[in-house]
Every structure is written in structure tokens, then in C-alpha cells.
Design a protein around this ligand. Structure first.
Ligand code: 13P
Ligand code: SF4
Length: 329
């Protein structure tokens, strides 16, 4: 049997994994071949938990930069490698600690919705000054310095639980306006939201839902809380990517419409060969999540690039916010 180029790359990666005592983590949105080579794939919460507890010298994080940063914050003694240094999350960059944003130049498609009362050049410091003493819950999709300025982190899997755990009737939630709206709908607390969004999920409209439901009348619709609130309200279940994996496995329903990045369809189909999965929209593709290839994983492990390290003065307060989240079961 002749080996393909991919087989050869895989062999080389496995060899380097042994040599470096490395663990490969892949987010559920990664390319199929990257998910296949990973030791663990999962949602942001699961991968943070693994990064905090796994024994190894090197973590190769196949995802976007804030994920590798979180791994380094939680496990500073390990070398954390992000194979593609430009793999970033535009939503994470929609909030800064003190440098005024200029979202229109930064993100040409950006439109201030006016739904929240903060000027487009507001910073996290400004919003904290406006609401002194109100705890800040930061979605993990943020840079380390934003986490460092926060009381606690959350992911799409635990946002409501985290907000409920706080001893305050008012809570600031940054940066995703859609996740914040979903949390607000599911808690009695007052949520002070930011106006960031994920361009992959925010593009879904109620018209898309009506169309896809017409096309697949017997299917259930699962939506990620990064989708707009009116889309979440039309869904049968709203959950994180791994929540969708669990739901699909345990459900008796044979057809499911998946309202998140299309990379998740690979695992869903692999785990449930008897079920049919449809993307809510075929263009729900995160270009940053797709930057990492088998080739980049091999190159990263061979050259040990790109090392992600967070300065101690940021890492320690950021770790506090992440640890508080991880303590909540
Ligand atoms: P989860 O896998 O935690 O649901 O995260 C979604 C996401 O957009 C990560 O970038
Ligand atoms: Fe960021 Fe959205 Fe891409 Fe996740 S899917 S990395 S939230 S842009």
C-alpha cells in the first residue's frame, strides 16, 4: 500500500509528538484532518480544562490565539504553540482594555447597532468606570489583558451559570452582544452588554431559519448562543459546540440543523452515522479556524513556533478570572 502525502505528514507529526512530549488540542471548528490528529478535540471550556490539567511538556493548540493564550495562562510551565500566528478571533479584538476602538476601520463590515448605549470608541475601562463595583464576566473569546481586568470568565457552555453564581443583581458581560442577550433572557439579573459579535454566527437571520425549517420540516434546530437572540429564540436547543455533540448523541431525532461553524458537522457525522445533519447556512465558516492545516501542525512542531507566552503581570489576574470559572462545575 502506498502512503499518501497526508499519511506521511501524520507519521511525522506522531513522531514529533513523542519526541517533544506534546499534546495536540483542536477546537471543534478545526479542519477534519487536524481534528483527526488531535489528542483531544472539544469546545472552549473542555479545552481549557484539559490545558489546565494535562501532563506534557508542549501543548500544540489548533484553534485561534485567545485559546492558546488561555492554555499558557493556565499552564505557564508548559510550552504552548499556536501553529498559525495570524489565527485570531475578530470578536475578541472588538474589546480593548484602554485603547479606544475604531471598529469601522478595524472591521470594514462593522455596523454599530445602537442597541447598546456605549459609543463605538469605548473601552473596557470606560464601561467599568461607568458602572463601578459591577462585576465583569468576560467570554473566553477575549485577549489576556481583557481577562486580567475581569472578575470571572465564561464560555458559551456556562454563561448563564457563571452570571447566576455572582452575588450581584447587575453584571457586565463582554464582548458578545448575542451571548449577553441569551444570558439576559435566562437570568433575572440585569445584564450590561457590550456590542461585539462573531461575524460567522451574527450573519444568521430569522429568514435563514424559516427557509431551512421549510427545507427540513422533520429536523430539530440547534443554535449556538453567538447567534442573534431572535435566531436563538426560534431554535429547539441553544448550546455550545460540545453541547450540540452531546445533544445529537442522546436525541432520538434523526435529522438536525446545525446553527454553528460548519467544522462541527465532521464530528457530528462521525459520531452519529445513522443521523442526518444540515448546516443552518453553508457559509458559516470561520476563516481563522481554517488557517491551521496538517502542514502547519507539522511545521509548528518541528520548529517549535509560534510560542505563546503571557507576561506575568497579565497572566496572574487573567488566571484568577479563568480559575474562578473552572471552579464552577
Ligand atoms: P465553543 O466551542 O465553546 O462553543 O466556542 C465557540 C467559538 O466560537 C469558539 O471560537
Ligand atoms: Fe471568533 Fe467566531 Fe471564529 Fe469563534 S467562530 S473564532 S467567535 S470569529
Amino acid at each position: 500500500m502506498t502512503m499518501t502525502e497526508k499519511d506521511i505528514l501524520r507519521e511525522k507529526i506522531l513522531h514529533l509528538k513523542e519526541k517533544r512530549n506534546a499534546i495536540i488540542l483542536a477546537h471543534n471548528y478545526q479542519r477534519e484532518e487536524v481534528q483527526d490528529i488531535a489528542d483531544y478535540s472539544g469546545d472552549s471550556l473542555e479545552l481549557s480544562r484539559i490545558a489546565a490539567s494535562i501532563e506534557c511538556n508542549v501543548i500544540v493548540f489548533c484553534g485561534v490565539n485567545f485559546m492558546a493564550e488561555s492554555a499558557s495562562i493556565l499552564s505557564p510551565e508548559k510550552t504552548v504553540i499556536l501553529p498559525e500566528i495570524t489565527a485570531c478571533c475578530p470578536m475578541a479584538d472588538m474589546i480593548t482594555v484602554s485603547v479606544p476602538r475604531n471598529l469601522k476601520t478595524q472591521f470594514p463590515g462593522y455596523q454599530y447597532t445602537g442597541g447598546y448605549k456605549y459609543p463605538a470608541d469605548f473601552t473596557l475601562k470606560d464601561i467599568k468606570n461607568l458602572h463601578p463595583g459591577v462585576p465583569v464576566v468576560t467570554y473566553v473569546n477575549t485577549t489576556a489583558d481583557v481577562k486580567a481586568e475581569s472578575d470571572i470568565c465564561c464560555t458559551s457552555a456556562n454563561g448563564v451559570k457563571i452570571v447566576e453564581s455572582l452575588d450581584s443583581a447587575r453584571v457586565i458581560c463582554v464582548p458578545d452582544r448575542n451571548l449577553s442577550a441569551w444570558i439576559a433572557k435566562n437570568t433575572k439579573k440585569e445584564i450590561i452588554s457590550w456590542d461585539g459579535f462573531c461575524h460567522v454566527h451574527d450573519r444568521i437571520t430569522t429568514e435563514d431559519v424559516i427557509r431551512v425549517r421549510k427545507e427540513h420540516p422533520d429536523a430539530l434546530l440547534l443554535a449556538h448562543p453567538e447567534c442573534r437572540i431572535e435566531v436563538c429564540e426560534m431554535a429547539d436547543h441553544v448550546t455550545s459546540t460540545s453541547g450540540m455533540l452531546r445533544f445529537a448523541k442522546s436525541s432520538n431525532v434523526k435529522e438536525l440543523i446545525i446553527g454553528t461553524e460548519t467544522g462541527l458537522l465532521y464530528r457530528l457525522r462521525k459520531d452519529n452515522p445513522d443521523k442526518i445533519f444540515y448546516p443552518l447556512r453553508k457559509d458559516m465558516v470561520c476563516p481563522n479556524m481554517k488557517k491551521t492545516t496538517l502542514n502547519s501542525v507539522f511545521h509548528a512542531m518541528e520548529t517549535m513556533t509560534y510560542k505563546i507566552k503571557v507576561p506575568e503581570e497579565i497572566r496572574i489576574p487573567a488566571k484568577r478570572a479563568l480559575d474562578r470559572m473552572l471552579e464552577i462545575k
